[in-house]
Design a protein around this ligand. Structure first.
Ligand SMILES: Cc1ncc(COP(=O)(O)O)c(C=O)c1O
Length: 421
């Protein structure tokens, strides 16, 4: 690194220059660059320009149907790089009191999922068929096969198909039928439009800029975090961590929260129903630490055997990770019991919600899950995004996993300050 001295001579600096040295160098090399230039603009004229731009942006959002909800927090211009960005000081705006109702509806009774026996399920189904017939999928006998007559909830099958432009494709001369949602979902027009709106009006580096587009993209990103928080009934948006998908989420929890606690002989419990994504990360950290993996068996009908699960716990059990719905059998596991049993033994538990979150109302607070992970692409969201829910105190106890920007307040080669984890 070279800097110029007051007398104009150049000097070679050893190591990394300090901020003061860099400022000095910049001032010497570009003395007039910022003189007389008002990058943000002042005065009535500049304010008018900004106001007009903002109004045009708001109008576009309104027209596209993506106006932020009333009371949504906005970018913190005073502290644009703060972790949480626009969330700073705004926590609580979107908070719902205590446990939310089904999928974030406020003020309702807490969602309390129940595990029913086959008989109970049949009785409940019969009862529901009687009471809310119009809300259930029904096929009118005489017109079976007609998309206009098949209703799912409040919409006909034809209306639902219309939401998914890819279903207009013909494959082998037939209208496309997509039955592979377990692998990935097709995206509705609304999601495609929102992505297009982002690239048309908001694209910037989230949390990495102090300009208008950074404000727009940061607000959109933080608003999405709040929507997810409400969707799964978390108690704070700070408990929602965006990752690339379930696989990355499980690896994140395994490496940043569980691995640092493991000693040789310690035990991790998973079930026989797990996807590879909930087996291999545990094998990898077990290999590194000498920990052992124990497996909950299932019976001939694919149900986890809770009495066998209970027997797996010892004083060496450090973590449990189980699926909510099996990707192979479709078994819905009794997560309330799995969680309660783990907690009775003082052990933390993660639920893999990759296959459940699109089908079963999830309220992580009511469930008392310690961690809950899922992928966006299995629930109509864009590819490459997923969520780790983690109780705040557990996220704070976790070690950093990927190092990089926006996680450290001040980075030098000599020292580091952890800003927020
Ligand atoms: C139960 C379960 N867990 C985890 C995953 C991995 O999800 P992703 O590939 O989105 O990371 C899948 C994918 O099919 C799954 O079904």
């Amino acid at each position: 690194m070279t800097t110029t001295n007051q007398d104009g001579s150049f000097e070679q600096l050893a190591g990394v220059p300090s901020a003061a040295q860099l400022t000095l160098l910049a001032n010497q090399l570009f003395p007039d660059l910022t003189e007389g230039v008002d990058i943000y603009g002042t005065g009535a004229e500049a304010a008018d320009v900004r106001e007009n731009e903002q109004a045009a942006y708001a109008a576009a959002a309104e027209a596209d149907g993506f106006a932020p909800p009333a009371g949504a927090p906005s970018f913190n211009w005073e502290d644009p790089f703060a972790y949480g960005g626009s969330a700073a000081g705004a926590e609580g705006v979107f908070e719902t009191a205590g446990v939310t109702g089904d999928n974030g509806s406020t003020g309702g009774t807490a969602y309390a999922p129940k595990v029913l026996s086959a008989e109970q399920a049949k009785a409940l189904e019969a009862q529901q068929n009687q009471t809310d017939a119009p809300e259930k999928a029904v096929v009118s006998g005489s017109q079976t096969g007609s998309e206009g007559s098949i209703r799912i909830g409040t919409k006909t099958l034809a209306q639902i198909r219309d939401d998914f432009p890819i279903l207009a494709e013909e494959i082998n001369g037939h209208p496309l039928v997509w039955l592979d949602n377990g692998a990935t979902t097709q995206r509705p027009q609304q999601v495609i439009d929102r992505i297009a709106h982002y690239y048309r009006y908001e694209n910037s580096n989230v949390h990495r800029g102090a300009h208008t587009l950074a404000a727009r993209s940061t607000d959109a990103y933080e608003n999405a975090r709040r929507i997810v928080k409400d969707f799964i009934g978390a108690s704070s948006a700070q408990e929602i961590v965006f990752v690339r998908g379930t696989t990355e989420g499980i690896n994140l929890v395994a490496n940043s929260y569980v691995l640092p606690q493991l000693k040789p002989g310690d035990e991790i419990i998973v079930s026989i129903l797990e996807h590879h994504a909930n087996i291999v990360p545990w094998q990898l950290i077990a290999q590194k630490t000498g920990a052992v993996i124990k497996v909950i068996p299932c019976d001939a009908t694919g149900q986890l055997i809770l009495s066998e699960y209970e027997k797996l716990f010892t004083r060496k059990t450090r973590f449990v990770s189980v699926t909510h719905v099996s990707n192979v059998l479709g078994t819905v596991t009794p997560v309330e019991e799995l969680i309660a049993i783990a907690h009775r033994h003082g052990v933390r538990i993660m639920i893999d919600g990759a296959q459940s979150v699109a089908h079963i109302p999830v309220n992580v607070t009511a469930l008392d899950a310690d961690f809950f992970v899922f992928s966006g692409h299995k629930i109509y969201a864009p590819t490459g995004i997923g969520v780790v829910y983690g109780k705040k105190e557990l996220l704070q106890a976790a070690e950093p996993y990927h190092g990089g920007g926006n996680m450290i307040a001040d980075v030098t080669f000599e020292r580091r300050y952890r800003q927020y984890c």
